[in-house]
Design a binder for this molecule. Structure first.
Ligand SMILES: O=C(O)[C@@H](CO)OP(=O)(O)O
Length: 251
């Protein structure tokens, strides 16, 4: 298998909700001061390693949009087209959105929290439509049928809404020869990685994506992965992955 295309995936930098260890999902949390710094470093890593892009895809959530912009700023790539779409949003965390992950683990047990955070097909509790946390009435989703806006999602649901966007929009862009960067979220990227690397439902709970360390996928002419790697040293990646995994521990 020969590499024909290279794409970069970036999970946004630490958000205010990550900092407070709260479930975030479709809540539009901003980047924390650390997150801003992480995003800057991601841009630096890409620049130092001579990456460049022709087009960017991101979600409609500001933590991913701002991370992308900071990366563009570091790379002096402000001019490239940026396409934002809700299909790249974070997995919707339903009734868990806003709750502290450690407190939730103390209340429901770490095993239950791991199931909610990382299982493939078990969704968190759904939000009521009348819940002020529901995204149904947000202006950015007004153009879509109300049924499009989830009230909770398991990873399987996220895979099912990310993949049509991957196949219908991102793949044709990559095939047209454009160098693509995707700035998205822990679980929308897990959904894409599950598909690309054929990760089984049993293995997916152990996959965590660290914040703002660019992850490069080399793809063959059939868009199958040849290899992938983070643009940081192994120890840094390992520590950042453990930090994410540990967020579900009761303290
Ligand atoms: O809260 C969230 O939306 C996600 C990403 O920050 O968290 P988790 O890693 O628990 O899936």
């Amino acid at each position: 298998m020969a590499t024909k295309y290279k794409i970069a995936l970036i999970r946004h930098g630490e958000s205010e909700y990550n900092k407070d260890n709260r479930f975030c999902g479709w809540f539009d949390a901003d980047l924390s001061a650390t997150g801003l710094e992480e995003a800057k470093n991601a841009g630096k890593m890409l620049k130092e390693q001579n990456y460049t892009f022709d087009i960017a895809f991101t979600s409609v959530l500001k933590r991913a949009i701002k991370t992308l912009f900071i990366v563009q700023e570091e790379m002096d790539l402000h001019w490239i087209p940026v396409i934002r779409h809700w299909r790249l949003n974070e997995r919707h965390y339903g009734g868990l959105q806003g709750l502290n992950k450690s407190e939730t683990a103390a209340k429901h047990g770490e095993d239950q929290v791991k199931i909610w955070r990382r299982s493939y097909d078990i969704p968190p509790p759904a939000l009521e439509l009348s819940d002020p946390r529901s995204a149904t009435n947000e202006a950015k989703y007004a153009q879509y049928d109300k049924a499009v806006v989830p009230q909770c999602e398991c990873l399987k649901d996220t895979v099912e809404r990310v993949l049509p966007y991957w196949h219908d929009v991102i793949v044709p862009t990559i095939k047209s020869g454009k160098r693509v960067v995707i700035s998205a979220h822990g679980n929308s990227l897990r959904a894409l990685i599950k598909y690309l690397d054929n990760v089984s439902d049993e293995e997916i709970p152990e996959l965590n994506v660290p914040t703002a360390i660019p992850l490069v996928y080399e793809l063959d002419e059939n868009m199958r992965p040849v290899k992938h790697y983070y643009l940081a040293d192994e120890a840094q990646v390992k520590a950042a992955i453990e930090k994410v995994a540990n967020q579900g521990k009761a303290k």
